[in-house]
Design a protein around this ligand. Sequence first.
Ligand code: MN3
Length: 210
Amino acid sequence: MRNHYPFSLQALPYAYDALSPVLGEETLHFHHDKHMHTYVENLNKALEPHTEYQCLSLNSLLAKLDTLPQSAQTAVRNNGGGVYNHQLYFSTLNAPNIATKPSQALQAAIDRDFGSMEEMIAQLKQAALGRFGSGWAYVVADKTGSLSICSTPNQDVPDFTKFAPLMTVDVWEHAYYLDYQNRRPDYFDAFISLIDWDIVSKNYENRTFV
Ligand code: MN3
């Protein structure tokens, strides 16, 4: 999709029932067609009066929030972050338990920085469950290729000048309430079975910074 204003809603790369029963069709319709769509529309509204910022990529806008006109900063932070986070989230999912695994390079980094895949997932889960209220937990890579876990509140994003997110988990209740109600741990455990490690590996290989 076009990576500057006017932003458009990127279609899901799979059918609405593809992630069932882990994430049901109704969840995907609400989450993508309503929640994510609203972030796209409100990001465009926030940028509409600011023509000099309309050529910037989403990552640049989010990394340089403090250079934007003050009246647009909060709206771009919340809605631009909403667009970025949901694009990453939906793009790394695939049908439950498809046979993918990390590339050699990513697996080597996981082993070096966490000891094992199980430990990386355990630390991601801890960050996801420890996030009070709404937010996100990520696996990120820095410029040297080192991996770490981080978490943000609301629709904030990691610092793109230092970190390239490889995958993320949405812990807003709208991501799981229809399927898991208040059971965030059950959602997390099932969510992990949807991760397409081929795509996460490509995100590692192609990591970019602002
Ligand atoms: Mn969401």
